[in-house]
Every structure is written in C-alpha cells, then in structure tokens.
Design a protein around this ligand. Structure first.
Ligand SMILES: NC(=O)CC[C@H](N)C(=O)O
Length: 171
C-alpha cells in the first residue's frame, strides 16, 4: 500500500513524516500521472486558494476528480477538506477550483485569522468504540474551515460546539 500526499504547498512534509512513524510508505504527488501509483491520497492543510492555483497550473484537477470518482480513499486536512467539499463559502473573490465529491458545505475561514487559531479536545466516542482508541482526539484549528452542512451519507466523527452567542454564527 502506498499513500500519496499532494505536495504542492502546505504541510505535506508533516503528513509524510506521520506516515513514516506509522510504518506506511508515503510518496509526494505533484503530477497527474503519479496518482496511478498510489492507492489512497492525503491532501494536506495549507492555503487552499494557493494550492488550487498550483493544482490548476500542473493540470491536476481532472486526475484528482477521477481519483475521487473511483472511490479511492482520500483524506483532506483543513485546506484539503476545502478541496474535497462540493460547496465552499467565504472564498476569495474570483472563487477557487475544487475537486468536490464530499457532500458538504464548508466555510473556508470560519474560525477567523491565524491569531484566532486554537486547540481543543474533541470527543470521538464512536471511533473509540469501533477502533479501540482514546475517547477524545486533539483538534488543531489553524485558520480552520468549518463544515456548515453535511449530506445524509456523510458520517460525522466529531463535532466542535460553537456557543449560540458566538460572533462566528453571524458570518
Ligand atoms: N490550516 C489550513 O489549512 C487553513 C485553510 C485556510 N483557511 C484556507 O482557506 O485554505
């Protein structure tokens, strides 16, 4: 099993290093043809507008969409999640190209700027009972997006509750 990591911009090195710690072979993907040699793909965090421009420049979108359509496993972290969403709000003017395939609406910068970044423990009871891991998972929210709506076939693994008086809900 070889896991591809989209290596255009952002935290691809960290994902490759995490795979190495797990004993899984991870390879950097920069060209469309490299997708043929990986069984699954991670799209890292970073800056989704920049990443989309680079993906467009390298003509990666058609191959990425085919990869998703073949139902091969794809993991999106932060900017990677934005890439995979069917719908995005809060885009820069002119919009940005998406891969799509994940039936959800994502707000690109829901939690604000870099200064508003934070960490929180998220309860993951279903994961813990199915996989036997810890009851919580540390969430790191760096200029983080939020999933505002998810379709009926999307399984939600963890939720970060936003208080009803939070300014973010007025966005
Ligand atoms: N940590 C991240 O990947 C942040 C994503 C960022 N909000 C974006 O628009 O791309």
């Amino acid at each position: 099993m070889v896991v591809g990591v989209l290596a255009l911009q952002g935290s691809f090195n960290e994902h490759i290093a995490a795979l190495r710690r797990l004993g899984v072979k991870g390879v950097e993907v920069r060209k469309p043809e490299q997708l043929q040699y990986v069984s699954s793909l991670i799209i890292p965090g970073g800056e989704s507008t920049t990443m989309a421009k680079l993906a467009e420049f390298h003509n990666l979108f058609p191959a990425l969409r085919d990869f998703v359509k073949m139902r091969k496993p794809v993991w999106g972290t932060c900017a990677g999640l934005i890439f995979l969403a069917d719908k995005v709000v809060g885009q820069k003017s002119g919009g940005q190209e998406l891969i799509g395939g994940l039936d959800c609406t994502v707000h690109r910068n829901f939690f604000g700027s870099q200064l508003q970044s934070f960490e929180a423990d998220l309860p993951v009871p279903n994961l813990a009972s199915k996989e036997g891991g810890p009851e919580t998972c540390r969430g790191v929210f760096i200029r983080a997006p939020a999933v505002l709506e998810a379709g009926p076939d999307v399984e939600v693994l963890a939720v970060y509750p936003v208080p009803p008086d939070n300014h973010l809900l007025q966005l």
